[in-house]
Design a protein around this ligand. Sequence first.
Ligand code: SF4
Length: 208
Amino acid sequence: MTLINLADFCPATRVLGPGLRFVLWVQGCCFRCQGCISPDTIPQVKATLIEPKVIAQAILSNSQLDGIAISGGEPMLQAPALSELFAILRQERDLSIICYTGFTLAQLEAKNDPEIAVMLSYIDVLIDGLYIEAQNDNRGWRGSTNQVVHFLSSRHLEDAPLFTERKRDIEVYLRNDNALMVGVPTWEFSNQFPDIIRSLGKVGDGVG
Ligand code: SF4
C-alpha cells in the first residue's frame, strides 16, 4: 500500500488558489531554499502516514470544496501516493488540483518517470521552481517571480492573472500549542511570523 507522508493539512481555505480548497502539505523535500516558508517540512522523515483513500474521504465529505492544493515539502517525491489520491477524487468529483513543486516542469519531464507523468496528468495548475527570496514580489500565489505558473488544463486559464498579480492574503489558525499559516505571505510577514507566533506563546508551523 502506498501511503502519503503528510506534514499538515487545512480542510478549507480561500487563500491558496481560486475557490475553496483543501490543502495538503507533504513531509520531505530534496531542496533547501533560503527563506523557505515551511522549513519544518524539509526533513525527509516520517510524519503522519496516511492512506490516500482516507484523505480522499475527508476531502469528498465537504461538498463545498472547489478543489485541493498540494504543497510541501516536495510533492513529486510522493508521486505514486498522490496520484492515487487524485485518481480517487476525480472518480468521485471533478475537483480542481493545484500543485507546487521545487522542480521546474522541464526537469520533471526530463526525468521520463512514468509515476511523475501520471501525477502531472491530473494536475490543473503546476507552480514550479525553487523559491528565490530576492525574487519575491509580494504578489500572487507563487512565492517568487522565477516560478512559472503552468496551466496543464484549461480549467483556470481565466484566473491566470490571480496567480501572479493578486494581492496576497493569508489565514493563521491558532491551535492548542502551535499556529498554522495558510497562503502565500508577503516577504515581510513571513519574516515576522515566527516572532508574532512566539509572542502568542505558540510554535509557528509556517506552511505556505
Ligand atoms: S520552498 Fe519548497 S522547494 Fe524550497 S525548500 Fe521549501 S519546501 Fe522545498
